[in-house]
Design a protein around this ligand. Structure first.
Ligand code: F6R
Length: 247
């Protein structure tokens, strides 16, 4: 695993954008696996800046997002489709018809998952998967569980995830209780993984995920078995991991 320990959120975002940007320069028709949440906002801003400066071209890129809240339409300002549009897609020359996010409004959950798996298979393999890390060790919405789920599935969000994500909603009751997420198997099939973490609040879970036992109770720990993982974090988030690596 490659680790980049950056000074702060801005430096983390620049480093991550550099890695994603290099991917697109080297392979203009890359398939990017994308994430939402607070962690990648700065990365997307930096990618937009580089696009506007003429350094990047997204016209041949395909993207597949990790997850979507069940029950929210793409027009809902809390949906992950909406997030991707306003934070990234609307500002670069990506072909929106080549950007994929699970359908939050699907009537039949099982069918929605099967269809999303088919999209990942058809468009994939993902060249570079961007991930954030949940406070409880989740990646995508793969919550701590007795087993690693392989493919896209509908998941009950953990109480800690609802608590963590309520900051984006008016009130906690508004946070959807279920979501569609790529499975751990889908994520592990990406050729390369880029995981970004910031803030002191993530320091313990980062150390657990990358130095602790590989267990579905800490879903991100499975990344220890992936052969091409880059972890980019700020000093605060990486502090405990660095301590353990130096021991
Ligand atoms: C988002 C996602 C989640 C987040 C994680 C961290 O698409 O899949 O796993 O990456 O919850 O969220 P932030 O970045 O808001 O701390």
């Amino acid at each position: 695993m490659k680790i980049y320990c950056e000074k702060d959120y801005e430096a983390m975002s620049r480093r991550a954008a550099g890695i994603l940007g290099a991917q697109v320069i080297l392979k203009p028709d890359s398939v990017l696996g994308l994430a939402t949440g607070s962690s990648p906002v700065g990365t997307y801003q930096e990618l937009i800046r580089r696009y506007e400066a003429g350094e990047l071209d997204f016209s041949k890129v395909t993207s597949v997002n990790l997850d979507e809240y069940k029950g929210l339409s793409g027009e809902n300002d809390q949906s992950y489709r909406y997030f991707m549009n306003i934070h990234f897609f609307d500002h670069v020359n990506i072909d929106k018809s080549r950007t994929f996010v699970p359908d939050g409004l699907a009537k039949d959950s099982q069918k929605a998952c099967t269809e999303y798996n088919a999209i990942i298979r058809r468009e994939g393999p993902v060249d570079l998967q961007l991930l954030g890390l949940g406070n409880n060790g989740h990646i995508g919405f793969n919550e701590p569980a007795p087993i690693f789920e392989k493919e896209t599935h509908c998941v009950d969000l953990a109480a800690s995830t609802i608590e963590a994500n309520k900051r984006f909603f008016e009130k906690e009751e508004d946070v959807p209780r279920q979501a569609y997420t790529m499975g751990i198997g889908n994520i592990m099939q990406a050729k390369k993984i880029l995981i970004i973490v910031s803030g002191e609040g993530k320091a313990d879970i980062v150390a657990q995920a990358f130095c602790g036992p590989v267990t579905p109770e800490v879903p991100a720990s499975i990344l220890q078995f992936h052969s091409d993982v880059t972890l980019v974090g700020d000093e605060a988030a990486l502090s405990k991991l660095m301590e353990r690596l130096e021991q």
